[in-house]
Write a protein that binds this ligand. Structure first.
Ligand SMILES: Oc1ccccc1CN[C@@H]1C=C[C@@H](O)[C@H](O)[C@H]1O
Length: 327
């Protein structure tokens, strides 16, 4: 019997995957065999859940939540307050911009309704996603509709509403490029200031959209140590290891063997590091299940094939899988 990923990591942390209502069917064998936590890749975001003020669509999210329940898996909620995949109606009032009061009322109602619907089935929520600007210079917070409508305290309100809505779920601040020395300091300062004001943040989600070159291991280590110094839990929430640097538009028909080898080495080293910090991590989630099911074949370049995960296009275990399970 080949190794089962989640069994191998039973003493370390739950191993999860981002799924869709389609992939829980097409990749069921891999999911049930190797993963113990699920995240809805898109089906629990405002754009799908709450397309207009008085309409909620829980059907797709429920398919994923039901699958997690039936297969005794954890479920991470992703995400409540974000600058992307969030309908414009949240920020409009007739022909003008919604007031701060109206925007906060809608945020509260969204969070209460969505978290209320999944209460008892979600172990954690990415309450706020990607609030920090990537630019080294300028304001710490990225320009975002919630920032424009509410002001800089939109993040604090989101977490307070979330705690009121579901006191059992762990509440995460989630972001990418989270190991960049400049951005990690800004994430740290944001969460530190929230905690100092008694805002209920339970953890930091390090998305982990990495590649075979960067971030270097010492940058990952420094970010882990920096965030851990806040005394909150950590999760890798969207792990994939691209074969390309972010803005490299190179394309291949088939994954070059030497890059797959580099990727396997990289996965091995990264999981060695994560195991070293197992006391800090409460979950490691991959952003997809197998290479035939990755958003990176469509981002940042449309229809440019990528092979960032542990299982290949035919759902076979890659060298990366072996390198993180043989230790
Ligand atoms: O790695 C990035 C680079 C630029 C923008 C966003 C990201 C990551 N952003 C993530 C990726 C995919 C979405 O499905 C997730 O909800 C989002 O959190």
């Amino acid at each position: 019997m080949s190794k089962r990923l989640s069994e191998t990591y039973r003493e370390y942390f739950p191993i999860g995957a981002a799924v869709t209502p389609v992939s829980i069917d097409t990749h069921k064998e891999l999911l049930v065999g190797h993963f113990s936590s699920l995240t809805a890749e898109n089906q629990m975001k405002p754009g799908i859940l709450h397309p207009s003020e008085h309409i909620y669509n829980f059907e797709q999210g429920d398919v994923i939540a039901d699958f997690a329940l039936q297969n005794h898996m954890l479920l991470r909620g992703h995400t409540l307050v974000w600058h992307n995949q969030t309908p414009e109606w949240f920020f409009k009032d007739g022909g003008k911009a919604a007031s701060r009061t109206l925007a906060l009322k809608r945020m509260k109602e969204h969070i209460y309704t969505v978290m209320g619907h999944y209460k008892g089935r979600t172990c954690a929520w990415d309450v706020v996603n990607e609030a920090i600007a990537d630019q080294a210079e300028g304001p710490a917070l990225r320009q975002a509709p919630w920032l424009t409508a509410v002001g800089g305290d939109y993040i604090e309100h989101a977490f307070r509403y979330a705690r009121e809505a579901d006191s059992t779920a762990k509440l995460f601040y989630n972001d990418y490029n989270e190991c960049d020395p400049v951005k990690s300091k800004k994430i740290y300062e944001l969460v530190k200031s929230l905690l100092e004001r008694g805002v209920p943040v339970d953890g930091i989600g390090m998305q982990g959209h990495w590649n075979i070159y960067v971030p270097e291991l010492d940058k990952i280590r420094r970010a882990i140590e920096l965030y851990a110094s806040l005394g909150i839990s950590l999760q890798i929430t969207e792990l994939d290891i691209s074969l390309f640097r972010f803005d490299d538009g190179t394309a291949y028909e088939k994954a070059p063997a030497e890059l797959i080898e580099l990727q396997a080495e990289r996965y091995g080293r990264i999981f060695e590091l994560l195991r070293e910090y197992k006391a800090l991590f409460t979950g490691i989630t991959f952003w997809g299940i197998a290479d035939d099911d990755t958003w990176l074949s469509y981002f940042p370049f449309r229809d440019r094939k990528n092979w960032p995960l542990l299982f290949d296009d035919q759902h076979r275990q890659k060298k990366s899988f072996e390198n993180i399970t043989n230790f």
